[in-house]
Write a protein that binds this ligand. Structure first.
Ligand code: ZN
Ligand code: ZN
Length: 176
């Protein structure tokens, strides 16, 4: 979905749109979109400088990094961003450098604003660093592969080392 800047009226543009899962090119090793991506935002503009304020919502399917099971989570994030026409930065060897800073300012080509790209970036920015199905997920036994959420296995009793991650989680709770 592109918004042509030339066609914008002077008043703010309210956009509510649901992208089918395949339309947002979200690629991640351990996660995938599970529901349409719904975005709702207001776009205001002045001299080709855009301001976009709104939300993105979907559901994401993760694989738990501890127990390897699939799980689903509703995902919602809000944003408040400015987009400026891309300046022509040129480095010494003549290559155009794209520079983005993380202060809520992005760039577009000054002609058409790519809503899909913005939505994708917002999803990627808000993704957690690692995925766990729940805070106290015990994970799999590193020796026999048993799911320790379901039952303890013999190896856990024998080797306290395998409980290290559990102990760390326990310690975190105690520290709170
Ligand atoms: Zn888990
Ligand atoms: Zn085991």
């Amino acid at each position: 979905m592109f918004i042509e800047i030339e066609n914008l009226k002077s008043e703010p543009l309210h956009v509510h749109h649901a992208f089918p899962v395949g339309e947002i090119r979200f690629i991640h090793e351990d996660a995938a979109l599970n529901e349409p991506v719904v975005t709702d935002f207001v776009l205001t503009h002045k001299d080709h400088n855009l301001h976009v304020d709104g939300t993105v919502q979907t559901a994401i399917r993760f694989v738990c990094s501890r127990c390897d099971k699939e799980f689903f989570r509703v995902f919602a994030t809000s944003f408040d961003l400015s987009y400026l026409p891309q300046p022509k930065w040129t480095s010494e060897d003549g290559e155009i450098e794209l520079k983005y800073d993380d202060m809520g300012v992005g760039y577009y080509d000054g002609v058409a604003f790519d809503v899909n790209l913005m939505v994708l970036e917002q999803i990627e920015l808000a993704m957690p660093m690692n995925f766990i199905c729940r805070e106290d997920c015990k994970g799999l036994c590193y020796k026999c592969g048993a799911d320790l959420n379901e039952k303890a296995c013999q190896c856990v009793k024998e080797e306290s080392g395998s409980c290290l991650s559990m102990l760390l989680d326990f310690k975190k709770k105690m520290d709170k």
